[in-house]
Write a protein that binds this ligand. Sequence first.
Ligand code: SF4
Length: 705
Amino acid sequence: MTFKYGGYAGSLLFADLTKGTVKKIPLEKEWCTLYLGGRGRDARLLFEKQDPSVGPLDPEAHVCISPGPLTGLLGPTTGRVNVAGRSPLTTIYGNSNAGTNWGPELKFAGYDGVVVTGRSQKPVYLHIHDSDVQLLDAGRLWGEGVFETTARILEEHGPETKVAAVGPAAEHGVLFGSVIFDFWDAAARTGLGTVLASKNLKAVSVRGTGAISVADPDGYYEAAREGWQAILDDAGFRTGEHSALGTSICVNWGNAQGWLPTRNFKESHFEGADKISGEEFRDLYSTKEAPIPAGRACFSCPNRCKRFGRIDEGKYAGTKGNIEFEGVSAFGSKCGVDDLAAVFHAYMLANDYGMDCISCGNTIAFYMELAEKKLLDTEGLELRFGNADAMVEMVHRIANREGRLGELGSQGSERAAKAIGKGSEAFLNTIKGMETIACDPRASKAFGFGYAVSSRGSDHLRAHPVFEMLKLSEGVGEELFGSKEAVDLRKYGGKVRLLVWHENIAAVTDSLGSCRFMHASYYAEYPVPELVNKYAKRKKDPAKVRSIKYHRWFEAATGIPMTYEKLLEAGDRVINLERALNIQWGLKKEQDTLPPRFLKEPIPRGPAKGELFDPEKFQDMLKEYYAIRGWDWESGLPLEEHLRQLDMADVAACLGKRGLLATSRTPRSEDGAGVGSEKSSPPASSLDDCEERAGRNGGTPARRP
Ligand code: SF4
């Protein structure tokens, strides 16, 4: 172990594509203790290295691709990797997370992350084989779909190679381009694939043959073993349903609970849910074939939730790949389409083109509602809810920026609404510029509130507070979050504390390189199993209750002293740092909100009939949230005192110089230069500027994979 701490490789690869250089740079030791790795360190690096005036698609923009200190170790679900940069879609913090084996492979090659900046004169891909690192010509790959690109790189470098690739949509400047890892897992939200493509970078492939040391092997083994056992003991895990159906288990579940977004969120209950469910996919298309060996799970995962399928006959014969709930809802219930073959096909097209299925599907659903309201020139397409052919056609048009609908749709629904006008904004479901995921916020209050405050725009995975959907005993909710209502998805009590806990843990696991399903599906994370047992009718011997204790894993792996409380504080630190990035990129307090539909229109039918998100309660929750996070209520700016408590005095000083810090003495900025005022906007590029830049790198002609 040459680096001071175990778990880390000790260095980053820094690729400057303008200069054509790749350097190995040492890891900042202090960042390991404060920001852990992955998501936390990436945010710190962006804060330090990227001038706020640099636009998302400027050559000087940075993209970080980083596993965490636990990635590649033998604890359960240690295969995760973080991708971060400034989003071209939202122009604020861009971040997404994926699994597979790519992150562990990078660690085995000897690196804790890859940082890319600059712009190559011609298409290249970065190939890493241990210490042999090269920028190779990608001319023959440019314009190819993600699947073909990945297959060709494997042919070139061998089947053990792991590949992260972007597709033609990103090359064309679609603002929600994804990065697809190892054929089947996407870091898609916020469009960082488009940033990589703007640099003329087609892929990062990696082969690593080394090993990772830990500081205390016996301690780590014990902590990891307890973590494995906690998952194996979990009642939800033991049903095997998540493994059998994948995340599409949520289709019928969400429909029964009344939160499955339907027809562009007009409703939250879909009469065709059964036909697009995980059960239906298993029965019709499931296959044992995975594109790479052991490809049905991310590295070291007992859950194996990836569900592969193949269509052998009919109109969409040949379609194959891995599906997730979000894509099924985006192209299914949100578009009112109950033809599973069409939904599967549209989803795999989006993956092969390399674009975020959620933003793409939501934009098409938005178009369908506009067409229904006669607010849209549909350019000859019969864009009505339920029309699968029109939906599939729109995927092609958006990816290739074909026609006005394709061109506008490629910039996301918020920009499209701005161009279309005629009051179309009323039918948007975007927050901070990003399309909302597949859970109706009116029917599930912690999820809904989380969308409004998420650091990357409307999103569930900053927190993933499934807790409120599990019908746990009220005692658990009261003890953990201060209210019995915390276990009721329709109620508001305890939901802010519930959300903050989930956000903090999620920031930690994203930084450590572990999967959130372990703490936000199975709730194997300390102290939930202990509390569930305490309030259970039939109790186990408390000495036999096991839980995942990330603080122990981290301490044993790295040698850095850690407690449960300190780890939660690290989560708060990461979220405050993301807030700092966002305000310097122009975020305004008014953007911490929900779209009008969710605050005004009750759900018209189904199990959640009559539900909306009460606007007054929303404001109360926001106040409570700001107080916990240490943000000034008047301006939305971080308070200096809170940043100092989090050991972020350097961040506070930097924000202070930029006029973007609230002090406890003067919480309201005297000259009005807060987040909510025009004066607070830094010299960042605007949405319009982004649109213009997006077209500059679309060198290849439109092509349908
Ligand atoms: S639970 Fe699913 S997403 Fe999470 S690590 Fe396992 S296979 Fe990957």
